[in-house]
Design a protein around this ligand. Sequence first.
Ligand SMILES: CC(=O)N[C@H]1[C@@H](OP(=O)(O)OP(=O)(O)OC[C@H]2O[C@@H](n3ccc(=O)[nH]c3=O)[C@H](O)[C@@H]2O)O[C@H](CO)[C@@H](O)[C@@H]1O
Ligand SMILES: C=C(OP(=O)(O)O)C(=O)O
Length: 510
Amino acid sequence: MSDDYLSRIGVLIRDARRHKNLTQAELATSLRTSQSAVARIEQGKQNLTLETLARIGEALDTEVVTVAAATPTNLRIEGGRKLSGAIDVRTSKNAAVACLCAALLNKGRTTLRNLARIEEVNRITEVLDSIGVKTRWLPGTSDLEITPTGEHVTLDTMDEAAARRTRTILMFLGPLLHEFDEFKLPNAGGCDLGERTVEPHLQALKNWGLDVVASHGYYHATVDRSVSPTRAVVLTERGDTVTENALFAAARYDGTTTIRNASPNYMVQDLCFFLQELGVEIEGIGSTTLTVKGVPQINKDVEYHPSEDPIEAMSLVAAAIVTQSEITINRVPIEFMEMELAQLELMGFTYEMTPEYTSCNGRTRLVDLTTKPGPLHAPKDKIHPMPFPGLNIDNLPFFAVIAAIAEGSTTIHDWVYDNRAIYLIDLNALGAKVQLMDPHRVLIEGPTRWRPAEVMCPPALRPGVVILLGMLAAPGVSVLRNTYVINRGYEELASRLNAIGAKIETFRDI
Ligand SMILES: CC(=O)N[C@H]1[C@@H](OP(=O)(O)OP(=O)(O)OC[C@H]2O[C@@H](n3ccc(=O)[nH]c3=O)[C@H](O)[C@@H]2O)O[C@H](CO)[C@@H](O)[C@@H]1O
Ligand SMILES: C=C(OP(=O)(O)O)C(=O)O
């Protein structure tokens, strides 16, 4: 490589690292090299092998320096087509990750049936495999078998690159506090949505003696076995994964725990159902107070079917609305879509539903929903999320693309994430009129005269899909670049949409 080329790559790497808020030392740790080597690379003073470039690309989650098989996936979308036919909602990412972490509580074999085959699950199975928990897709199925191979997991061999690409690693704290008096985990990653809190997890787990110090890119955890919950554990945020961590701790605690301000959301319910299969007694599922009678040692061969994804259901409803299509969306977990549908009805949306039937977990209620195309108008009031049974925060971004086709102005207020609403202005490249009022509120003027565009996928899952849906609406050929984040949460989304009439081609650079 010429020196000039090396310094250009160096600048790209430096910029991508800063964008990820990593220090040179933190990047060096994930590359298993020294801070001075990273400094030399960024100054263009270090010869780079293709393998090193690929590893840097992975660590920074950027296409800039990615090569070979790790090149980014792009989508070419021929928009303006109507969709028709039927599509099934797959099982949810968020229940999958909760159950995968819960499998760490079990010394027996766990089989998770019909799991979504998505990148988020792949990252966690990579982490599990690297610490001595064997994972295996049963041939010809989407059933994942998880078997511990020793008395304890081996954290020293953890695939840190995989761990750092997901926030889920934070949910290893709860299961691992039962295994070790002292351990360390790499810091959590995931979608770039601004700062996301960790403190509520640590406050919750303190009740079981866990103390965590974060330094140099790791959580250093110690467990004081003399500490156990003496009164109700009150969560300082009604977070989904916080509640899950508290449940992991309570599940193998030799006693009964009451968890207050628990999230009653869909993935927490799925986790509770799975923990019940493991023999843990839980009362109050679906409410904000959970009472858990733990089982100190769990060694059971169990299977569990996580339920269908309300966020995918909402994504598909939005796809139908923006393409003005009549489609049937099968297996919609209706309890977790009621607010969204009520909000859509306020905007003039109509649909039909079948009677309810039960998901394979035996608990979650499903319907098949048929969308009816028709004109939509802006709602009178702002649209905002609330903890379940409110409108799901992960479904909020889809209202942006829906508001863009509705007549009038819609305000969307995302109080939850510091950095998610901002990605919605990428819809403007497709002709939408989305104005960022402040970091948490956007104002959308509809209807939109869509036009095709080439857009870099935002580094966040739901906004990425929102842009994709805008492209489905826009007549002409659009390109969405670097879509890893979409694959983090949706299984084969492009080909499944193609099966109902979309025209989306997947291609890679280089
Ligand atoms: C794997 C998984 O299940 N991920 C979901 C989970 O992430 P997770 O449970 O990790 O969500 P976070 O803990 O990051 O919470 C999201 C944001 O909401 C804020 N917050 C949360 C609760 C609360 O009572 N008050 C409050 O202010 C947090 O400070 C944070 O900024 O919940 C998020 C919010 O529903 C969803 O977007 C994620 O898809
Ligand atoms: C924010 C999301 O997920 P995660 O918690 O995995 O980042 C999401 O599913 O939209």
